[in-house]
Design a protein around this ligand. Structure first.
Ligand code: ADP
Ligand code: MG
Length: 309
């Protein structure tokens, strides 16, 4: 990875004006840069402004103010070069049911003005493992194949940047793994990846750096490693051999979030307390832990934790 910036966004604003003059400030003074060759995650809850941001880059939404620079091209001055530099994989699957993967890719290449001799349809089909289905109708493809075809479609003009909007929304575990493998492979070939998600775990697993936005504002932007360090709270879910009443603060920073029969969910700050101390606490009371899982807390916790830093 080098330090060249392939996306620069300065003071970006988007206000949607709805009928009846209701206004929604979807993006508020957003500033960020993406480096060449990285996997960059845009993380935020529903309604944070992620799709608005992506759609501005894609030329589908007109920004209200600010500058956007993609691959050295200013969106206001060179919109076509900007479009040529990125491949967008939208959240919705919108495929013509009667187009075969090959026909779809050829059609898309035509739309981007890629000359016949410069097309790499077969290479792309192979890359997303759709070569055996190249001539089948899209409507007969499985959900996973359709997702891969959406990625394939974004690759026909060989853009140096691929942007994926919530690529795993409604996607099962097996397919997710496969999707990530495809994305990592592209990244290894030098393609810069920008993806949005509302799952922290997903961003943590995939991204070199993460920007968190909430209500259109940038809340945090850091390397994944640094960001995870800043998240103070941990969540632990326990199933115990018998019910017990415990009060908040019985161990340093420990809080009871929910409790039902023998099960409870607790939160604690990981630099003040560790899971071993929590286990010891129950052991000393002669209560066995039947099942246990820990988690990094949800996005809300992350915001609270980051804002209070
Ligand atoms: P995300 O992708 O993070 O879920 P969106 O960018 O879709 O967020 O939405 C951000 C905000 O903008 C939300 O409040 C949403 O209701 C609003 N919004 C999105 N698209 C439109 C639109 N076309 N017209 C009016 N408001 C919109
Ligand atoms: Mg969205």
């Amino acid at each position: 990875m080098n330090d060249r910036k392939v996306l620069k966004v300065s003071n970006l604003n988007k206000i949607y004006v709805k009928k009846g003059s209701d206004k929604v400030e979807a993006i508020k003074n957003l500033n960020l840069e993406v480096k060449e060759g990285e996997i960059f995650g845009l993380l935020g809850p529903n309604g944070a402004g992620k799709s608005t941001f992506i759609n501005i880059l894609a030329g589908l939404v007109i920004k209200t103010a600010g500058t956007v620079n993609v691959w050295g091209f200013n969106l206001d001055i060179n919109p076509r070069q900007v479009r040529a530099s990125i491949g967008i994989v939208p959240q919705e699957l919108n495929l013509d049911p009667f187009f075969s993967p090959r026909k779809l890719l050829e059609f898309q290449a035509g739309m981007y003005g890629v000359k016949k001799k410069d097309r790499i349809t077969d290479t792309i089909l192979e890359m997303v493992s759709l070569n055996s289905q190249a001539e089948s109708y899209s409507r007969g493809l499985s959900g996973g194949m359709k997702r891969r075809l959406m990625i394939a479609k974004a690759l026909v003009h060989q853009p140096p940047i691929i942007i994926l909007d919530e690529p795993t929304a409604g996607v099962d575990v097996e397919l997710r793994k496969n999707l990530w493998e495809n994305i990592r492979l592209l990244n290894k070939k030098g393609v810069t990846i920008i993806l949005t998600t509302h799952y922290l775990n997903e961003a943590e697993e995939m991204c070199d750096r993460i920007a968190i936005i909430n209500k259109g504002e940038l809340v945090a932007l850091d390397s994944t490693e640094n960001l995870i360090k800043k998240i103070k709270n941990k969540i632990v879910k326990l199933k115990l051999s018998k019910a017990i009443d415990i009060s908040d603060g019985i161990l340093d920073t420990l809080k009871v979030i929910t409790k039902r029969d023998n099960s409870m969910t607790l939160s604690y700050e990981k630099d003040k307390l560790n899971i071993g101390e929590i286990i010891d606490f129950f052991n000393k009371k002669n209560i066995k832990i039947i099942d246990m899982s820990t988690d990094d807390g949800d996005l809300e916790d992350v915001f609270v934790s980051l804002i209070n830093n």
